[in-house]
Design a protein around this ligand. Structure first.
Ligand code: ARG
Length: 483
């Protein structure tokens, strides 16, 4: 390919080696090409880039800026480039600065000078912003579906364990009785908020920058509404300077990913804890466990540890992106090219983690008997004893102190609260009656907790159907957005 100084920079017979080569006299230093190129990571925007170019070319024809023959050549050329890219048959030129320049270079090779008309009234600045928004819209839908998939896995397991008693913890110390279903549904709630955040971010992402040019639009009579319709954007950007330099939508998506990953890391950590010999509440499926190179007996939760660890990457992605944007003057600055790797990494990591955790949740083997044994610790019902007194007129603080003293005496005597007779309770307070000794039945204890948002089995059954309906709404919304 011809590079270096040209006498006549005007209509090139073959592809120009740089989209801006007319301005500069000598060829770019190789080190600069390497340092500035984004093709290594923005190649994955190819589908969006071709899609945006097709819409743009059609619009140019509609307003009469290009002829019918040029449009035909451009469209068939773009489709051919698109096919090459999809099949991995696209040959990268080291001089290609980015995916936008690479597509244009290849288009020129395929169709000749007509390719030079495609960039009419457009800049790579509004082009890249448009591509990125198209990409983020799609990945937002994928993430919604990923969340829905994990929610369905959790809901499936919760439905099996509506009334399986489980100790609930605070400070990682046994606290009060809950059910396995209630515990799993807590993660369904977190994920539901993540889905809502994704949907909310989608609305702000769904705005088209194309037509903003490099920063100040164009003097040519382009029709932004036409490309907007073709690309299915809900709105047009209202300020060209903002449109080419705004990456809020990417920050929002990465931020949602970071919080999602925090949620996933908590779930991962709990499964790690549950699969220890110390807890023994669950066993990993062999398909999702790893071994030790040294200790033959080991069954390790590497998948979950990586899920837990990768929250660090995504948090880093968020900080990287915010830092790229901080202090940037209007409008486009090349710093903005640094938006892509953190964005792609955050989305890839989140999607991968959602998928693998859904597999783990579906296949996790719960030890229901171990859970019930742990949940049968009478100390979990100390609060119930205090509330028994409150229901019979004692101020809560007084009841708390009284039961606390009973616990202390039991611990010293190596007894449990369930070992105490009605007479012993009545020695502590005459407000106690026969029902106090019946408090220690775990299943009954769960049934006492039928309040909105509580772990009672009937409440949990209602929560299950509400959450199931919410997940199917997500699937419908995702289908509509993808459609
Ligand atoms: N690769 C660039 C990016 O990702 C595309 C825009 C280049 N614009 C420019 N004026 N150099 O930001």
């Amino acid at each position: 390919m011809a590079r270096g100084k040209r006498k006549d920079p005007a209509p090139a017979r073959h592809a120009p080696s740089k989209v801006w080569e007319g301005r500069l006299g000598t060829r770019t230093a190789r080190g600069v090409e390497e340092y500035t190129s984004s093709l290594g990571f923005d190649l994955r925007l190819h589908a969006e880039d071709i899609e945006g170019s097709i819409a743009h070319a059609r619009m140019l024809r509609e307003v009469g800026l290009i002829g019918a023959g040029d449009l035909r050549a451009i469209l068939s050329g773009l489709r051919a480039v698109g096919r090459e890219l999809e099949r991995g048959e696209f040959t990268v030129d080291p001089a290609d600065e980015d995916i936008h320049a690479a597509v244009e270079r290849r288009l020129h090779e395929l169709i000749g000078p007509a390719a030079g008309r495609l960039h009419t009234g457009r800049s790579r600045n509004d082009q890249v912003a448009t591509d990125l928004r198209l990409w983020c819209r799609r990945r937002t839908v994928d993430l919604m579906l990923g969340c829905a998939g994990l929610q369905e896995a959790l809901l499936g397991r919760a439905a099996e364990h509506r009334a399986t008693p489980l100790p609930g913890y605070t400070h990682t110390q046994r606290a009060q009785i809950v059910s396995l279903a209630h515990h799993l549904l807590a993660y369904v709630e977190m994920l539901q908020r993540d889905v809502e955040r994704l949907g909310d971010g989608y609305r702000r992402c769904d705005v088209m920058p194309l037509g903003s040019g490099a920063l100040a639009g164009t003097t040519l009579p382009i029709d932004r509404a036409s490309t907007q319709r073709a690309l299915g954007f809900a709105a047009l950007s209202a300020n060209s300077l903002d449109a080419v330099s705004d990456r809020d939508f990417a920050v929002e998506l990465v931020s949602t990913c970071a919080l999602l990953m925090v949620h996933l890391s908590r779930l991962a950590e709990e499964i790690v804890l549950w699969t220890t010999a110390e807890f023994g509440f669950a066993e990993l499926p062999d398909t999702h466990a790893t071994g030790s190179s040294l200790m033959p007996q080991k069954k390790n939760p590497d998948v979950l540890e990586l899920a837990r660890g990768r929250v660090g990457r995504v948090t880093g992605d968020l900080v990287a992106l915010l830092t790229v944007l901080k202090g940037l003057p209007l409008a486009y600055n090349r710093d903005l090219q640094e938006d892509k790797e953190p964005l792609f990494d955050a989305v890839d990591t989140s999607l991968g983690t959602l998928g693998i955790l859904a597999d783990v949740v579906r296949r996790l083997v719960f030890d229901v008997a171990a859970m019930r044994r742990a949940a049968s610790d009478p100390m979990l019902l100390a609060t119930d004893v205090a509330e028994h007194l409150v229901a019979r007129g004692m101020p809560f603080r007084e009841a708390h102190a009284l039961v606390g003293a009973a616990v202390r005496r039991c611990v010293a005597a190596r007894r449990t609260l369930a070992d105490m007779s009605v007479e012993e309770w009545r020695e502590l307070s005459d407000r106690f009656d026969d029902e106090v000794v019946a408090l220690f039945d775990v299943d009954a204890a769960l049934r006492r907790r039928e309040l909105p948002g509580g772990p009672g089995p009937r409440t949990v059954a209602r929560a299950l159907s509400r959450a199931t309906a919410a997940v199917s709404r997500t699937r419908k919304l995702a289908a509509a957005l993808a459609g």
